[in-house]
Design a protein around this ligand. Sequence first.
Ligand code: NAD
Length: 477
Amino acid sequence: MKNFQQLYIDGQWVNSQGNEKLDVVNPANGEVYASVPAANEQDVDLAIDAASQAFLAWSEQSSEVRAAVINEIADGMQARKDEIIEAIVATMGCPITFSDDYQVQGSIDALRSFAPLAAELDKQDTHENHVVVSEAIGVCVLINPWNYPLSQLVGKLGPALAAGCTMVVKPAEQTPIQDLILAEIIDQTSLPKGVFNLLTGVGSQIGERLCSHPKVDMVSFTGSTGAGIKVAQAAAPTVKRVCQELGGKSPYIIAPGADLEAAVRYGVEDVMLNSGQTCSALTRMLVPAAQLAEVEAIAKTVAAEWQLGDPMLAETNMGPLSSHLQQSRVLVYIKKGIEEGAKLLCGGTDVPAEFSKGAYIAPTIFSEVSNDMAIAQEEIFGPVLCIIPYDNIEEAIVQANDTPFGLASAVYAADRTEAMRIGKKLRAGQCYLQGAYFTPDTPFGGYKQSGNGREWGLEGLKEYTETKALLIDAEAK
Ligand code: NAD
């Protein structure tokens, strides 16, 4: 078992002010993989003080220096890539091939993409009587979930450093290890002490203090809508900026005339990836009722290509869910779907005996789902797809928009013009057209209860900046 004993505060590894520990469990076999400190509120205060003291000097560094440090960190991650992959496989059960390509290499590349964006803060919008500039917002608290732990960290760390902010980072309880490795990497770079501080710990114990602390200027939170609401409430009395990246129940409209084989394959694969634990997963597939039987047949064939397996094996494309708690939540929804009268096409509550120690769920598809069922309205966060038949495309658009969420959406139509027409009517922060995929240079974030911030690219950087107007009398010397 790996034993991590300390927190990273003010450029040093330090003991927690308390004695609490957190066990990190491997969801593939239920065994304890590591132990990490559970920070308390005194640790929170020390980390925020360090970030606060480091802010002025760091924010006044040149954009070249900020960009160079981002690349230095990315180089360090590249050198320790195998350890980070192992941590992600062991703590969230993500299959090794996907962990390598997307979770880790994709995150390293995405971090580098923020280096050139540091120069955005050098730009001035000059007018006859005023100049508009952007400045770092200040001390940031960065809180992440477990489903893409490194990617989510990089999506906050990159723009925060590029803008000149300082930060206190808190990973999810289930997946703290890649953050601890990152702190070791940062410790060896030229980043000034206090800019990056890391607290492992329990969100429900230290979240309130982190998000309400008067010296914090911004909280960037990714996680469930319920916890996101608590974060915003804690931050409200001190009027912090709160960037919320929350849950989703994203619709995918397959329009009449679409290439059905390609369209259904794309939708099933999107949901099964990462064992269905993707916030933007296209979990509601709306299909023409006249083509339902054909859609079901294709969907079952594609789902059969997703086989449960040991996440350490290169050939495994579906590992366990990230925890036994998450497995039990998903099982409740599968039972509910059956009770609600949806047609179970494949998967369900049974898992082969060889996987009984792990948090596994078989790829599950429900058809004949109606949009008002709980399985169509609530985020399940597992490999569960709902197929919803519709009679005409305008009805499909109404149903697509009829949930409290608005994170992502997708359209596959006969051609890109029709896909664009439909996509513009969907109330979501992203819309994937004709089989498009996520890229880290595109703004990502939610409408409605899916959140209110944007991450990635230039829009992601702007979240970490304040706008200042410098006004000058046109006649002044
Ligand atoms: P979660 O809300 O339980 O936990 C997320 C993080 O919040 C953890 O670090 C946790 O410790 C912390 N936390 C919990 N209570 C807190 C509180 N009161 N104050 C401050 N922090 C607190 O979510 P999860 O189960 O880890 O992750 C799954 C959820 O994340 C899903 O709903 C998913 O859709 C969402 N998600 C959203 C995005 C996005 O970009 N919109 C991306 C990934 C995941």
